[in-house]
Design a protein around this ligand. Structure first.
Ligand SMILES: C[S@@+](CC[C@H](N)C(=O)[O-])C[C@H]1O[C@@H](n2cnc3c(N)ncnc32)[C@H](O)[C@@H]1O
Length: 278
């Protein structure tokens, strides 16, 4: 199969416009492989058939193609150190600062199939039982309805739980059901899963104490990164914490953030001037 350059460009333009994802030159193989996988999954006649539908600008087909072009790679306790930082520094500091009104708000953006927000939920449950009496708002979101459905279901294969999840936590918070492991309702109920496209407005988000937005900015242009970081600044409390992926930074993109080292994890906080003015 060889997709015509005009069709490759059609997909590039669509994915850039709808998701902000830049599919560079050289990613043709990826586009072809993912279209082929979509054809198989949707039991369509052929890639040509799918492309013909796409050219009619059918919204449902456009959505499916954009979904298919997202990279959903994730795992429990991915990179480990941010979760150590949460346990050792971030949550203790916020518990102290918010003890008067006992509220905490967390947003895990681009949360894919849910391993990242469920990891955060386990950290909170394991180490901060006092939060049971707090109003904790915990939103996890993604653009893709498919990964959101999987996250909401909270069901994982053996291979998925083998990646990063310590055995004691598997035993404590998951129940084996057939070939899959299902997350405990008490953890699932902590999280409000929502469809949020980072490129569009973010209605209904509260002011936030902690933002995890990891391993998604890498797919965007500098302009899009700038705009998303600017929007995060309007939602992040002046003493809040921002976590990015290991290959991501605010450096040379938004100088209103300072990088802070918390043991082995870097995170970002609104810079002094911003924090004081907020
Ligand atoms: C590589 S995964 C990262 C998952 C998790 N944050 C982690 O670090 O393990 C990237 C996720 O970003 C989502 N995504 C891509 N573009 C997006 C957009 N414009 N708005 C919201 N989510 C987006 C994808 O659907 C995908 O689930």
């Amino acid at each position: 199969m060889l997709i015509q350059p005009a069709d490759i460009q059609l997909i590039r333009d669509l994915v850039l416009k709808r998701a902000g994802i830049v599919l560079d030159q050289g990613k043709e193989y990826l586009i072809e492989a993912r279209l082929a996988a979509l054809v198989k999954k949707e039991k369509l006649a052929s890639v040509e058939h799918l492309l013909a539908q796409l050219r009619t600008r059918l919204v449902s087909v456009e959505r499916a193609v954009v979904d298919a072009m997202t990279t959903n790679e994730t795992s429990f306790f991915r990179d480990l150190y941010p979760f150590d930082a949460m346990k050792q520094f971030v949550v203790p500091e916020l518990i102290e600062k918010r003890k008067a009104n006992r509220t905490l708000s967390i947003w895990c953006a681009a949360s894919s199939t849910g391993q990242e927000p469920y990891t955060l939920a386990m950290v909170l449950r394991e180490h901060f039982p006092q939060l049971a009496n707090w109003k904790v708002t915990f939103i996890a979101s993604d653009l893709s309805r498919e990964v959101l459905a999987r996250a909401r279901a909270g069901r994982y294969t053996q291979m998925e739980v083998n990646r990063g999840l310590p055995a004691p936590l598997l035993i404590k918070y998951f129940k084996k059901d057939g070939l899959e492991w299902e997350i405990a309702p008490e953890l699932r109920q902590m999280i409000d899963f929502r469809e949020i496209n980072l490129l569009e407005p973010w209605p209904g988000l509260p002011m936030l104490d902690i933002v995890f937005i990891r391993n998604v900015l890498i797919y965007f242009s500098t302009e899009t990164k700038k705009e998303i970081l600017r929007k995060i600044r309007t939602y992040l409390r002046s003493d809040g914490f921002l976590f990015l992926g290991g290959a991501e930074t605010t450096l040379n993109i938004d100088d209103n953030f300072d990088r802070v080292q918390l043991n082995k994890s870097g995170c970002y906080r609104l810079s002094g001037a911003m924090a004081a003015a907020a």
